[in-house]
Design a protein around this ligand. Structure first.
Ligand code: NAD
Ligand code: WQD
Length: 344
């Protein structure tokens, strides 16, 4: 029998890619999403890739009673992957309560309902943002977390602590927390990808839109950092590779292979790439120009961070497979597809 997995935020960027991988690995998926940052068309994209239309419920994770009913309706859910959250760092500074309510209360509802319905496993989406600017690089899971520089970042730290406390209380539950570095790219089929709403604040969607003529130029935030070319360094992880880490983590929880009831893994490539380096690779592999200029540093930016992903490599047996070249090709293919759709 197929195991049933509840995926909150399953129509979002990382969620949709994970649903594809789960279905391709034989899991039955139930998606809960309130479409606050996604569209229903993504469901068809998932179906075109996998041949399976996942069950979908348009519901807000803040709706406790509604969520209770979902667990009843889809009896036998074995694990929850909780992606649903608000994620725009800048917006979180403007609307902290919205972010704390959505990200923290959503998780608390789920943690509260899981034991009532005998659901014992939860996988949580965290972020390398919890490390701030690490004292040494690459950063591993034992590196200290730093005070968050935005309400969004703080919600990730608070949520991690809540999960820790629930597990520590002796709840009959296990959890894996994945700390993602910078997810980029799209499914190679270009059937699903990132849907930035409004002007993107993340680098890769801004690059692809600029290459497509939607913006006159990209602003590179600073070239006076203490890095080889002066621009910031990140660990850009392919979204399909990231999605696969979720499937492995779910297998691990269900197969009871966890060494501890709460495990934390960095999910990154282990390689740092600079902003200017990324632009160069993008232009080269896609044979397209990205006009850019150097401007002042962006407030709150970390100078450089990349993952020590040894723990995930060894314990999960997971490794990033896609090259940065392939990933940036997939991002460009997706951008072109998006524009075609908008023009049609
Ligand atoms: P996304 O916005 O594309 O997906 C989130 C999905 O959750 C959307 O479909 C949205 O409609 C839904 N959602 C939001 N609040 C909801 C609610 N209350 N009830 C039901 N659905 C709700 O974001 P993403 O990039 O796919 O991120 C997924 C998760 O990974 C988030 O928790 C995010 O914080 C985390 N994360 C993302 C990144 C990144 O750079 N994309 C990095 C680290 C961690
Ligand atoms: C990457 C680099 C910018 C845009 C954020 C969140 C983090 C995580 C991932 C969720 C930086 C530079 C960017 C532009 C630029 N999300 N840049 N011009 O800031 O590393 O991380 O997304 O958890 O929590 O903080 O990602 O893509 O915004 O920036 O020069 O127009 O690109 O300065 O060095 P970031 P990003």
């Amino acid at each position: 029998m197929k195991h049933k997995i509840l995926v909150t935020g399953g129509l979002g960027y990382i969620g949709s890619h994970t649903v594809v991988e789960l279905q391709q690995s034989g899991y039955e998926v139930v998606i809960v999403d309130n479409l606050s940052n996604s569209t229903i068309e993504t469901l068809a994209g998932i179906e075109r890739i996998t041949g399976i239309k996942p069950r979908f419920e348009n519901l807000d994770c803040l709706d406790y009673v509604g969520f209770d009913y979902i667990f009843e309706r889809y009896e036998g859910i074995r694990a929850v992957i909780h992606f649903a959250a608000s994620k725009a760092v800048g917006e979180s500074v403007q609307k902290p309560i919205v972010y704390y309510r959505n990200n923290v209360n959503g998780l608390m509802n789920i943690l509260d309902l899981m034991p009532i319905h005998n659901v014992k496993h939860i996988l949580f989406s965290s972020s390398c943002t919890v490390y701030g600017q690490p004292d040494s690089l690459p950063v591993n899971e034992d590196s200290p977390t730093k005070p968050a520089t935005s309400p969004y970042g703080n919600t990730k730290q608070i949520c991690e602590e809540i999960i820790h406390d629930v597990i520590h209380s002796g709840a009959s539950m296990s959890s894996i927390i994945l700390r993602y570095f910078n997810p980029i790219g799209a499914h190679p089929s270009a059937e699903i990808g990132e849907l930035p709403i409004g002007v993107p604040s993340n680098l890769v969607p801004f690059i692809t839109q600029t290459a497509n003529g939607l913006h006159p130029e990209l602003k590179v935030y600073g070239n006076d950092y203490n890095t080889p070319d002066g621009s910031c360094i990140r660990d850009y992880i392919n979204v399909v590779d990231l999605a696969k880490a979720h499937v492995i983590s779910v297998n691990r929880m269900l197969e009871k292979e966890q060494r501890e009831a709460l495990e934390i893994f960095n999910i990154g490539t282990g390689k740092g790439v600079s902003v200017l380096g990324l632009i160069e690779v993008f232009e080269k592999v896609n044979q397209v120009k990205v006009p850019y200029s150097i401007v002042d540093r962006r407030e709150g930016d970390i100078e450089q961070v990349w993952a020590d992903a040894t723990k995930a490599n060894k314990i999960l047996g997971w490794k990033a497979r896609f090259s940065i070249e392939e990933t940036l090709q997939s991002a460009w293919k997706w951008e072109q597809k998006l524009r075609q759709k908008k023009e049609a």
